[in-house]
Design a binder for this molecule. Structure first.
Ligand code: ATP
Length: 201
């Protein structure tokens, strides 16, 4: 079984996440993509993050009806800082025969050397890096070349349709009373309205 692991804050989930997951699922022939909302992402300590329950609800709405997309709450249940290496080690124990594929955008790949135990991450999973913010394949290859050789070997670059959308954009649009129509699935948009999320930036 080929398992996609897609970690993030998902505050909120948006079409950039969904198109990434679908494009990689198809390109890598994954049986399943697991969306793992972080409890406390090590790289985003500066901002107040929405409660896990709301981020999970939005992910459930976004992935409903797509059986290959699964919301996995293990990082929320584990609490504490959400280190990817711990999550992958847990998944490897739970699915010893699965081939793990860890999905990440170009911006996250650049940060990878600062993550906890990048080498061990590369031992536990294949790393699937996708373009973001107009990074070309050549840009990504340059980033890969800066990484330790053992990590480089685990990386595959997958080209996806460029979607210039971020969760920060959605949050600031909402706080400015601007439209987020089509930037996230309709049920997520409705939930954000009902729960009055992101009203102030
Ligand atoms: P924020 O704007 O709050 O920083 P974000 O939109 O970057 O959030 P995250 O939940 O932090 O979303 O992202 C999780 C993963 O998805 C990261 O690996 C990130 O690179 C990737 N990602 C998010 N949006 C896109 C996008 N539009 N294109 C490609 N990759 C993306």
């Amino acid at each position: 079984m080929k398992l996609g692991i897609f970690g993030g804050t998902f505050d909120p989930v948006h079409i950039g996440h969904l198109i990434l997951a679908e494009a990689v699922r198809e390109a890598c022939v994954l049986d399943e993509v697991r969306f793992l909302p972080a409890y406390s992402p090590p790289h985003k300590q500066s901002r107040e993050i929405s409660p896990g329950k709301q981020r999970v609800d939005m992910l459930e709405f976004a992935t409903a009806g797509f059986p290959e997309f699964v919301v996995d709450q293990r990082e929320l249940k584990r609490q504490g800082t959400s280190y990817t290496v711990d999550t992958l080690a847990e998944l490897k124990q739970e699915f010893p025969d699965a081939e793990l594929h860890f999905l990440m955008g170009a911006d996250s790949l650049i940060d990878l050397p600062t993550w906890r135990e990048p080498q061990r991450i590369a031992e536990l999973a294949k790393i699937i890096a996708v373009n973001r913010n107009n990074s070309s394949r050549e840009d990504l290859e340059q980033v890969v070349k800066q990484l330790p050789v053992a990590v480089q070997a685990a990386i595959t670059i997958v080209d996806i349709p460029e979607i210039a959308v971020s969760a920060s954009d959605l949050r600031s649009r909402i706080s400015e009373n601007r439209s987020i129509r089509f930037l996230t699935p309709r049920p997520v948009e409705r939930y954000i309205q009902e729960q009055s999320l992101y009203q102030s930036s």
